[in-house]
Design a protein around this ligand. Structure first.
Ligand SMILES: Cc1cc2nc3c(=O)[nH]c(=O)nc-3n(C[C@H](O)[C@H](O)[C@H](O)COP(=O)(O)OP(=O)(O)OC[C@H]3O[C@@H](n4cnc5c(N)ncnc54)[C@H](O)[C@@H]3O)c2cc1C
Length: 471
């Protein structure tokens, strides 16, 4: 049991005096789930877990902690992979889990106002029930919550069409580091009255403010979804197919996912229950999906586009979906990565970004460097190519303990040489902090520190996440 300092004891007493017992858990009441996120860092017990159920409650929690000089770690669904929501020694965990629910669906503005603790899947379902569509979608949809999605500016499967999470937000409410509640629940697409403040908080991983509510843009429900799983002979063909899809499918294209053959082998041969939609061996596998408004118009349009690609020699073989079950089957090959932890064992996972044209050169170089340096190395490559984002799963096969630091350094140094980013979607948190400077210039880092200083001068909010400040 760690001994608490006077200011921490005083803070806990003030929190307990302010909140009902269910909203402030300490000591043995602290739930196991709040001791870690999904980054596999060793668990840390927060000195208290505060779970307010109103924005004013969130503001009070921040104010009390700030007044006592105690740090706060904002927590959502704890599915983050970078350690952003992982507790910090001696800090309070501020969980939004009890501030959940849909407050308003406005069909005229096509907006939905949601509380930060609402699970993404609940939001998706509420939008569908109202005849709309929320395009934000990721594997953790059942557990992650919108506050965490906006805290990380989540990406996911349909970025190529709808953009990252930040592009789906019209209004935002948040609490500043001194406990001030700032409400900007704007429903208008156009609002150029001064700075667009919400963008500072989206993607800031809980280091600049705590998001309490958001106004999300609703999209029309797709009338039809069609997909093709294609086999291609070269990376040049992949890039040409992406260009052809941009020109020929335009805004209908909702996904363009690429799998390298090493990924395909592991996904379809080691993960149980994954069917190969196309036979034969290819150099690349591409999943192209369109979401159209009309089956009668958009399905034939897609069919004739894919025929053109066969005729142009870009596609060697393709399976085309005949039903939503087929679409789901194709996605299963891409989502099989979620099972790698079980079938391949402990590994290091990356969400890097690169210019599209250099992705295959990068993959070759990275694979070679890993194989040269790490005995029995395996690295597989796949991702949202159209968004400039690839994922890598890398490991030393058969090792009792993974050489994670060595693997990370090799991958991130290669990313730096190829002018990429060390995080395309999961954020920096603590896990990627040593590598932030590989991607951001000295001037950008200085500006980030200036922003932190302006908004959180005492370093109360999620200190030590993203970068160390004061530097
Ligand atoms: C199976 C699986 C698949 C995934 N797929 C994707 C994917 O395709 N794309 C993708 O981008 N990510 C993906 N992720 C990562 C993760 O799901 C996302 O980062 C998600 O957006 C995190 O949401 P959360 O509610 O779990 O947040 P948490 O993990 O609880 O928090 C994440 C960060 O946001 C901050 N935060 C939390 N709540 C707030 C708040 N109210 N205000 C301010 N800051 C806050 C935290 O401090 C932390 O820094 C995946 C994770 C898993 C486990």
């Amino acid at each position: 049991m760690v001994e608490l300092a006077h200011h921490q004891i005083a803070c806990i007493e003030a929190l307990k005096a302010h909140f009902a017992p269910a909203a402030c858990l300490t000591g043995t009441e602290v739930p196991k789930r709040n001791e870690a996120d999904t980054s596999f860092l060793p668990p840390i017990v927060p000195i208290a877990v505060v779970r307010p159920d109103t924005p004013e409650g969130v503001a009070a929690a921040v104010r009390i902690c700030a007044n006592h000089g105690v740090s706060i770690v904002p927590q959502g669904g704890l599915t983050g992979l970078a350690g952003g929501a992982h507790p910090i020694d001696g800090a309070v965990a501020l969980s939004l889990e009890r501030f959940a629910g849909i407050e308003d669906i406005d069909p005229a503005s096509a907006t939905m106002t949601v509380r930060a603790g609402t699970p993404l899947e609940v939001i998706q379902k509420a939008a569908a029930d109202a005849g709309f569509f929320i395009p934000l979608d990721l594997g953790a949809r059942g557990s992650c919550v919108i506050g965490g999605n906006l805290g990380t500016n989540a990406g996911g499967n349909r970025v190529i069409r709808y953009g990252m999470a930040r592009e789906m937000v019209l209004g935002l409410e948040y609490v500043l580091a001194d406990g001030t509640l700032v409400s900007g629940l704007n429903k208008m697409i156009k609002n150029n009255a001064g700075y667009d403040l919400k963008q500072i908080f989206i993607g800031s991983e809980g280091t600049l403010g705590v998001i309490t509510r958001a106004v999300l843009k609703l999209q029309p429900q797709p009338g039809v979804t069609v997909a093709a799983l294609c086999g291609l002979s070269s990376y040049d063909a992949v890039v040409s197919l992406l260009g052809a899809a941009r020109r020929g499918l335009g805004p209908l294209m909702s996904a363009f996912e690429v799998m390298w053959p090493d990924y395909w082998k592991e996904a379809t041969e080691t993960v149980p229950g994954i069917r190969k939609p196309i036979a034969g061996a290819h150099q690349f596998y591409v999943l192209v999906e369109v979401q159209g408004l009309s089956e009668a118009v958009d399905t034939p349009r897609f069919m004739s586009w894919i025929e053109e690609q066969f005729e142009a020699g870009l596609v060697e073989d393709a399976a085309i979906s005949q039903s939503m079950a087929d679409v789901a089957d194709f996605w299963r090959t891409r989502d099989a990565a979620g099972e790698f932890q079980i079938v391949l064992g402990p590994h290091v996972a990356f969400d890097i970004g690169l210019p599209v044209k250099s992705m295959d050169d990068f993959a070759r170089e990275c694979r070679k460097r890993l194989s040269d340096a790490v005995p029995n190395a395996l690295s597989v490559y796949y991702g949202h190519i159209g968004d400039g984002n690839i994922h890598i799963v890398a490991l030393q096969q058969g090792a009792a303990k993974q050489p994670s630091e060595q693997i990370s350094r090799i991958v991130y140094e290669t990313v730096r040489e190829f002018d990429g980013t060390v995080s395309a979607e999961h954020g920096i948190g603590t896990v990627k902090k040593p590598y932030l400077g590989f991607t951001r210039s000295k001037e950008e880092l200085a500006l980030m520190a200036q922003l932190k200083k302006a908004l959180d001068p005492n370093g109360i909010l999620n200190p030590g996440k993203v970068f160390d400040w004061p530097q």
